[in-house]
Design a protein around this ligand. Sequence first.
Ligand code: HEM
Length: 540
Amino acid sequence: MAILNRFTTAYWKNLQGDPRKKQLFILRALHKSAASEASGISAAGEEAMPDKLITPQDVGEKTRIMTLKEMPGPSSIGNLIEFIWRDGFSRIHEIQMEHRKKYGKIFKSRFGPQLVVSVADRDLVAEVLRAEGVAPQRANMESWKEYRDMIGSSTGLISAEGEDWLKMRSVLRQLIMRPRDVAVFSDGVNEVVDDLIKRVCILRAQEPDGATVPNVNDLFFKYSMEGVAAILYESRLGCLENEIPQETQDYIGALHLMFSSFKTTMYAGAIPKWLRPVIPKPWEEFCLSWDGLFRFSRLHVDKRLGEIKGQLERGEDVKGGLLTHLLITKEMTMEEIYANLTEMLLAGVDTTSFTLSWASYLMARHPHVQQQIFEEVSSTLGPGAVATADDVTHLPLVRGLVKETLRLFPVLPGNGRITQDDLVVGGYFIPKGTQLALCHYSTSFDEENFADASDFRPNRWIRKDSTDRVDNFGSIPFGYGIRSCIGKRVAELEMHLALTRLIQRFRICMSPLTADVKAKTHGLLCPAAPIHLQFIDREN
Ligand code: HEM
């Protein structure tokens, strides 16, 4: 009766005899009824959908929508063993693949009280992302928000939700989301690339073979930080100098603390507040690293603000980029500016540097592919020319190199969402408020999406003609839609310009010190061992 009371005859008729729509309607009604009647049971929990109420006879066996209870997945205890005893946190990408094989395209896992539904299929991922509303919700950002409330700051794009997020996103998306918005940063980024090349020469000269750059990620980390700060803060930080300024070193320390203590910062969010006096370290470290990141951002934002005030007082024209625009237009409050620049810098450094490290490593491992890319660059640009953003549109293999690298090593192997509406995905009813994990790593290796998926083939991304569709939801390293990466174009510009110049100038080879380097998850997907590469001058 509880179900029937929820029916409206008109709506039911409107379903036009579509059995799946009708089932969804029944399930929603059941869900609401169960949630309100079963006190103490989470509305988003699998128990909130008692499947005994739905029989195949109710809805027809063939098209029956299933409940979360029926969804396969590892047991809670199995998960606990995997993650706590078998160091699953560093193998999240591998576990994704194993679970996909074992449980199929969609499966559920429990992490303590938290139920997570993993979606590991290109078309289902597309379904979920295409169904998103105007302000999709990211999962597990409570600890970030708590820190910001504690210091009286604002959330930034990564940690904000709802109206707050929408407002900031609509300001920022107009500034850096289109290729032509970031093309204006070409010259600035190319100056940073000049310093990168000089640094390669300095570093290799310090090695006995005169060719090896040890741990290239260290170099690319500094390049990425310098590059993204040149765009965001409109100032140079000196990361690629011999003597790195103290404030920049402090920032790097805070950033390393954030990622090197990844598990602790994860636990900072996972450990309930009442346990903090007993286990204080994770939360303390989490706050300490944020203190450092925010301090650095305030310093650079305030510096630029001081310069602008000085220019205005002297009656000079104020020209500048992203930060200048934000400071002048006042479309955001100062706290929102601090928070957004902090979060964007954090989001923009390791992501880009890991991708550059993997791209160089893959080219060193596949010299014939490197040669093809070199030939494309030389024939398109001519000798000695410095590429700009416009030139990159004529370098499909360089763009393919970045896409293929991100397919094989997606920096974010998975992405989280909280569903904002009831959904049916893969034949299962997913109630509003459920945490979803979109398994980008496993879809990237799915043979249905990419033939010979383990092979490194940048040319698979080259369109044969205008009807050729090479993009697909199997590999969406920057996400998709309204909540996708806002720094995608910035990251691409930095990576395209750096890789083009490195390929023009050097033959990148494996160092005898580097064997097969595997990936591990450490928050992001990163090299499990240092990558040492040789940079050998190409003959003119
Ligand atoms: C290789 C480089 C990068 C990769 C692979 C990457 C990937 C991603 C992914 C997968 C997301 C989540 C999207 C979603 O939830 O649907 C994201 C979000 C974000 N990224 Fe990036 N990113 C990169 C570089 C950057 C850079 C350079 C910046 C800053 C300039 C940046 C700033 C952000 C921000 C602010 C968000 C949150 C967007 C929002 O919630 O509205 N990222 N990124």
